[in-house]
Write a protein that binds this ligand. Structure first.
Ligand code: RIB
Length: 311
């Protein structure tokens, strides 16, 4: 459906990134190369991505009443996101993420992220129950796990009751209830989150992924009520599996300068294209392009492509 409205309920962080040529080992100090500060948070990245692609997107989450919060709202607005109902909480700080980015001599980056949630965890469903009145406006809702689980569970249940699709990006990992699995339409973990959720490692020793293991992981979650799994596999691309389909899309080869927000770009671009009426394979192919652009640029929200960047 063209112009379908999308809702992102999720986290907003100010990302502070320290770039280094080598991660410090335990007890070690290293000299880094660069320090930068830029908007991030899985929810914000996903909302900005959809806005930059030209989508009609609203973001709901919580910020502190501070300079970081104001900067995050400005970034969302500049990306075309509706920020009207974002909560501004007095006396708490906006979420912060400390990103350590190790860049090797070939320019490939690897990251490690610590999130200090601040306002992201300091709201509850009652704060956003106003969504009940407008829920039918949305074609799809995107959730992640940097906000209270009870908020995610209630929003997913509300969406299910009203026939609205839900995409859950289970990052960072947390155990999921059977009710939540039943209420969502798509679960999009990376392979590490999938392993934490199911105990199944889908990688073989030679670095390829095992279709049988993916099927096994899906069947475990399907038995608990899950309809569809969309797994991101980094350089190996992505796999979609439901009761009837098994679809694979290869990654686009690029120098992975910084993988921060690549998953956010993929999950939200996929959801956006599904809301626009694409079939699963078309949506995965589009999302693969968006994610490839993101990994080849530095930062979280700063690395997300506009539609013109993908041509
Ligand atoms: O997915 C990337 C994001 O994870 C970063 O922007 C950081 O804020 C954390 O939420």
């Amino acid at each position: 459906m063209k112009d379908a409205k999308i809702l992102v309920v999720g986290s907003l962080n100010m990302d502070i990134t320290a770039t280094t040529h080598i991660f410090p080992a335990e007890g070690e100090t290293v000299l880094g190369d660069r320090l930068s500060e830029a908007p991030g948070g899985k929810g914000l990245n996903q909302a900005c991505q959809i806005g930059r692609l030209g989508g009609n997107v609203k973001m709901v989450g919580a910020l502190g009443n501070d300079d970081s919060g104001k900067a995050l709202v400005a970034t969302l607005k500049a990306s075309g996101v509706d920020t009207e109902d974002i909560l501004i909480k007095d006396g708490v700080t906006t979420g912060t993420a400390i990103v350590l980015l190790e860049v090797d001599e070939k320019g490939n980056g690897a990251n490690r992220i610590i999130v200090i949630p601040g306002a992201n965890l300091l709201f509850n469903y009652e704060d956003i129950a106003f969504l009940e009145k407008m829920i039918k406006e949305f074609a799809i809702i995107i959730l992640q796990l940097e906000i209270p689980m009870s908020v995610n569970e209630k929003i997913a249940a509300l969406a299910k009751k009203n026939g609205i699709k839900v995409m859950l990006n289970p990052a960072p990992y947390a155990p999921l209830s059977d009710e939540l699995l039943r209420d969502i339409d798509f679960l999009s973990p990376n392979e590490h989150e999938l392993q934490a959720l199911t105990g199944i490692d889908v990688r073989r020793d030679d670095g390829s992924y095992s279709k049988d293991k993916i099927k096994e992981a899906f069947m475990l979650l399907h038995a608990r009520g899950l309809k569809a799994l969309l797994i991101t596999l980094g350089e190996s691309g992505s796999v979609y599996i439901d009761e009837d389909k098994f679809l694979e899309v290869a990654a686009i080869k690029t120098i992975a300068v910084d993988t921060t927000a690549a998953g956010d770009s993929f999950v939200s671009s996929f959801s956006y294209r599904i809301a626009q009426g694409d079939d699963i394979l078309k949506a995965m192919t589009f999302a693969t392009k968006a994610a490839a652009y993101t990994v080849s640029h530095l930062g979280a929200s700063s690395s997300l492509p506009r539609l013109a960047d993908l041509d």
